[in-house]
Ligand binder design. Structure first.
Ligand SMILES: Cc1cc2nc3c(=O)[nH]c(=O)nc-3n(C[C@H](O)[C@H](O)[C@H](O)COP(=O)(O)O)c2cc1C
Length: 323
């Protein structure tokens, strides 16, 4: 019975096992990890990139906007599409739609989002409290996916731990887990739970990526050494410094890494802006403003630069500010 359900999951194309370790992944961020930002992170050696979370229900209702959100360039591979929602049937169809129309390398299920709007629908991290429904969702995705399925979870919600949660899913062919090692109650702040990462690495046979609070190459090395995980998920540290991936790699290899000069940062920011305009036109420029503010964050005159950036209307305007 099991074999029939997961026929597509006994596949050769488990890209997770083919990436060199440690795997440095750009973690999913709604409103941030669009194709443009993912491409920039790939330029700086991110091994793997996740989409922004996409609603499985919206995909069922043929949302063009959601399909647009998931488009990617070949350069981004391996590329993982992350789905969220609360309806197993919607997940099943969304998985098929994504396979047919987007063709990513993997599908990820969001069990970590604490945002009220998502939580209230019993999606995201609130699913960690519902063993039955989360099982049905994982089963629906695994049974309909031709590419490896992964999950993104939190360390804990109320008294339910990530360990309880993944034990409940042990019958499914999940290939990778990204663990945001902060509890639901912690939100996005505070120390990560190293102990739970280590425990997951011990009991889960697939790939484990640790996530949360990895803001420097030193921290990356510390977590890799301490937990022995297969890789890391980097989220906010990549904002305004997509080169963090190559810095971590340099540091792991040589014990050293270089900071970017202001001139180099401006050059990267301009390249990013041009790509944003190419892919999303005016909307790309509007979305670019927050990235530009992150790029200049630690510079002298950052405040003055930010005041100009938030009014930027086009590439020429951005170029003027950066030059
Ligand atoms: C603005 C923003 C959007 C996010 N969107 C998603 C998302 O779509 N899916 C998801 O699984 N996690 C999402 N996250 C969580 C991140 O992937 C990550 O787990 C979290 O930020 C902790 O990592 P960090 O400390 O490196 O930032 C988001 C985080 C931020 C800050």
């Amino acid at each position: 019975m099991k074999a029939r359900f997961f026929i597509f999951q006994n596949m050769e194309n488990n890209f997770w096992q083919k990436i060199n370790k440690p795997i440095l992944a750009l973690a999913p961020m709604a409103g941030i990890t669009d194709s443009c930002f993912r491409q920039i992170c790939k330029d700086f050696n991110a091994d793997l990139v996740y989409s922004e979370m996409a609603s499985s229900s919206a995909l069922n209702f043929n949302s063009k906007k959601t399909l647009e959100l998931l488009k990617f360039s070949e350069k981004e591979r391996p590329y993982v599409v992350q789905l969220f929602g609360n309806n197993p049937e919607h997940f099943a169809l969304a998985t098929k739609i994504v396979a047919e129309k987007i063709k990513p390398d993997g599908i990820d299920i969001n069990f970590g989002c604490p945002v009220k709007k998502v939580f209230k629908q019993e999606a995201g991290v609130s699913l960690m409290l519902n063993s039955k429904l989360s099982k049905k969702i994982v089963k629906a995705v695994c049974a309909n996916s031709r590419v490896p399925v992964s999950i993104k979870i939190r360390s804990k919600i109320k008294n339910k731990t990530a360990i309880d949660f993944i034990k409940n899913l042990s019958e499914f062919p999940i290939k990778a887990i990204m663990i945001h090692a902060r509890s639901y109650e912690q939100g996005f702040k505070g120390e990560i739970d190293i102990k739970i990462i280590k425990e997951i690495k011990k009991i889960f046979k697939g790939i484990v990526l640790a996530n949360g609070g990895i803001y420097s190459p030193e921290k990356a090395k510390e977590i890799l050494t301490e937990t022995k995980v297969d890789g890391l998920g980097i989220a906010r540290a990549a904002q305004g410094q997509p080169w963090i991936f190559s810095q971590i790699k340099d540091f792991l290899r040589t014990g050293e890494y270089k900071e970017k000069t202001q001139k180099q940062i401006f050059k990267i920011a301009l390249k990013h802006s041009k790509l944003a305009f190419k892919l999303k036109k005016k909307q790309g420029i509007r979305e670019m403003r927050k990235h530009l503010c992150w790029y200049v964050k630690n510079m002298p005159r950052a405040k003055e630069l930010r005041q100009k950036i938030i009014k930027a209307e086009n590439i020429i305007g951005i170029e003027k500010i950066l030059k």
